[in-house]
Design a protein around this ligand. Structure first.
Ligand code: WT7
Length: 660
């Protein structure tokens, strides 16, 4: 039985614990249904009410939703606010000044607490510093930072002065960084001398220098360097500044720049079906609203909680559930610099015990690798730690297999914590389909039901609704406040990718397949329907990796497919044709290694193919189209039972099968 078949037949149901339901913000299914009904009845009224109740507006909005230029929807358009003001100043006014905002734990275990008052001051000083460099509203600023308080400060400071940040994950290469700097037209880069993870140092500043040296980045006027390790790094006079010098002598207050609700808070690059990453543009008002509401609804956040999202600020999860959501609701959160396996695979459990974490949010990949580690070494088994502070668990980024879900439920949640399996995307800004911890009956492997106000559905190729039980395409039928606004600099691609004409131009296409349970209506995500892979929760385009491979001068052609992987969900398998004769044996191994390193340099280590097979050619139709579905079967090591009559060169299959 395929994984999806197993998921479809999963029928174990776990009800939220009664105690949780009693105290939950959304308590019980009736409450959830009433909220959904309110949104159905008066869609704009529903969102307007929440936007008024949750955000502090400098200038109140009078229009809720403008659909006149669909799919370029506008929310709360004539309202003005500042995101950083809503995250920081508001907490100072509300009596949260001395509350811990961030419990930061460094790679080596050192802990530093930052209160809301301190965070506010650091953000204001840095915002003033950015202004003193001439950075202003509307400018784009690249943030290439380790997990740190300073990373959050950099993002919040940009928001404070109305600059649009684009965070680039520290694992991306100089080439990827350069492409993003150019595409965003950024004026400055905020980085660190080094990043420290799992005891290893990664030279971020040197990578920035390499990126800027590649050309095309002349618009960058300044590079600001946070000294994480005090490593000796080259500083270009007139361009490079230490973060501490930028902060020095700056005022501890900074009047926020009031921006329109639609002002772009950030651009975040993500992979699509073509070779070029897309700059997903998010708004200020609608985005922050959903960050707050999902903190309250999905995470049931309370003043007594210690929230911990293990994502990196380089991904959207780290934007919404570290840099913005938790602060906007005045929560106390853990921010972690390191990796789950250092100094040993008990690190997460140790940190939950130490910081008395109550809400823990991580990726299925991490859970699967920690299950393996716990099986191998009893000392890092969660039973060795006191995890009794936990009351809620969450997962994000990829489907969770029921076995991993059960392990998480039993070993981490002690059968006492609901699990929210949150389905969403870079483009959606926040959670879309997820159980509510105090309401929804949970089914392992299913993200269950859409949040109130989210009109998710499953349709066929022409956009018509499919009955429950029938697999199809996941869409969202109505715009929602935190949705992607456009692809930076490419509105046509935005329309084509997400609101294609074949679907009438009005349905948001998630790019995933889904099926709803016949009885409960629960959604199960069946995986991407485009050429996007999900490796350890990291999103990558097959075309992107193929472009990187063919950019190597020895490569003639390459095709990349995903292969199911027990730990990482999917792994990357590349079929490569060289310009010279097909290598075998040790030589093939050597060239495969070179090509893997090459991809790491072109994109980043996360894009390295796990497996590379060489052939004299690729399986193609007579018109020259590569038959990827056959490659997927070969990658899995399965026999090809499909029709191959349109294949021009059937003999190639045998060769690629053996080339393991
Ligand atoms: C893709 C989005 C969600 C923020 C981090 C990843 C997959 C995400 C789930 C889930 C099944 C999931 C989808 C989606 N995905 N969450 N709970 N169950 N699949 O954001 O990098 O934009 O990736 O991740 O395929 O389209 P992203």
């Amino acid at each position: 039985m395929s994984d999806i078949e197993t998921l479809k037949q999963e029928n174990r149901i776990f009800n939220p614990p009664a105690e949780f339901v009693k105290n939950a913000t959304i308590s019980g299914m009736e409450a959830y249904k009433a909220m959904c009904a309110e949104a159905e009845r008066d869609y704009e009224g529903f969102w307007a009410r929440h936007a008024r109740e949750n955000l502090e507006w400098h200038k109140p909005f009078t229009k809720t939703l403008d659909e006149s230029n669909a799919p370029f929807y506008k929310w709360f358009e004539d309202g003005q606010l500042n995101v950083s003001y809503n995250c920081l100043d508001r907490n100072l006014k509300n009596g949260n000044a001395d509350r811990t905002a961030i419990i930061f734990e460094a790679d080596d275990g050192k802990v530093a607490n930052v209160t809301y008052a301190q965070l506010h001051e650091r953000v204001c000083r840095f915002a003033n510093g950015l202004k003193s460099l001439g950075i202003k509203k509307g400018d784009r600023v690249i943030v290439y930072m380790p997990m740190s308080v300073e990373g959050v400060v950099a993002m919040q400071a940009c928001a404070r002065i109305g600059a649009t940040h684009s965070v680039v994950f520290g694992g991306f290469s100089a080439k990827s960084l350069q492409e993003r700097i150019i595409d965003a037209g950024a004026v400055a880069v905020i980085t660190a001398d080094e990043q420290v993870r799992g005891g290893k140092h990664l030279p971020l500043k040197a990578i920035v220098d390499e990126a800027l040296g590649m050309g095309g980045c002349e618009v960058i006027k300044n590079v600001i360097v946070y000294q994480r390790t005090n490593a000796n790094v080259g500083m270009v006079a007139g361009r490079d500044l230490k973060m501490q010098d930028v902060l020095a002598n700056q005022s501890a207050t900074c009047e926020p720049e009031w921006v329109d609700a639609e002002h772009p808070l950030f651009i975040l690059y993500t992979s699509g079906s073509t070779g070029k990453p897309k700059g997903v543009q998010h708004s200020s008002g609608g985005y922050l609203l959903w960050a707050m509401l999902t903190m309250k609804w999905t995470f049931d956040i309370k003043p007594t909680d210690i929230f911990w999202c293990t994502a990196d600020i380089g991904w959207v999860t780290g934007h919404t559930y570290i840099a913005y959501g938790p602060l906007a609701v005045g929560a106390t959160q853990v921010v972690f610099e390191g990796v789950p396996t250092y100094p040993n695979a008990g690190r997460f459990w140790d940190m939950i015990q130490k910081h008395k974490t109550t809400i823990f949010y991580t990726a299925p990949t991490a859970i699967r690798s920690l299950i393996k580690a716990a099986d191998a070494d009893a000392n890092v088994h969660p039973s060795k730690y006191d995890l009794s502070s936990l009351r809620l668990l969450g997962t994000v980024g990829e489907p969770i297999n029921p076995e991993a879900w059960m392990w998480y439920y039993r070993n981490i949640g002690r059968e006492n914590c609901p699990i929210v399996d949150t389905f969403w995307q870079t483009e959606t800004g926040g959670h879309m389909i997820t159980p509510l911890p105090g309401a929804t009956p949970m089914v392992p492997g299913s993200c269950t039901l859409p949040l109130p106000g989210i009109m998710a559905a499953v349709v066929d190729e022409t956009g018509n609704d499919l009955p429950n039980g029938q697999g199809g395409i996941l869409v969202v039928k109505r715009p929602w406040p935190s949705m992607i606004r456009t692809i930076w600099g490419d509105p046509e691609r935005f329309k084509k990718s997400y609101f294609p004409e074949e679907f009438g131009g009005k349905l948001y296409l998630a790019g995933d397949g889904s099926v709803r349970n016949k009885d409960t209506g629960n959604f199960t995500i069946t995986g991407r329907i485009d050429d996007v892979l999900n490796v350890s929760g990291h999103r990558m385009g097959t075309m992107e990796i193929e472009s990187a491979l063919v950019a190597n001068q020895i490569v003639a052609e390459a095709a990349v497919v995903g292969k199911p992987d027990e730990t990482t969900g999917e792994s990357i398998c590349a079929f490569v044709v060289l310009k010279r004769a097909r290598p075998t044996g040790d030589e093939a191994k050597q060239i495969a290694k070179e090509l893997r390193d090459w991809v790491a340099k072109e994109i980043g280590p996360i894009a390295k193919p796990k497996e590379i097979r060489f052939g004299d050619n690729l399986p193609k139709t007579r018109s020259g189209k590569i038959m990827r579905r056959l490659l997927r079967v070969l990658a899995k090591g399965e026999e090809i039972t499909q029709d191959v009559s349109t294949l021009e060169n059937p003999a190639i299959l045998e060769q690629l099968k053996q080339a393991q």
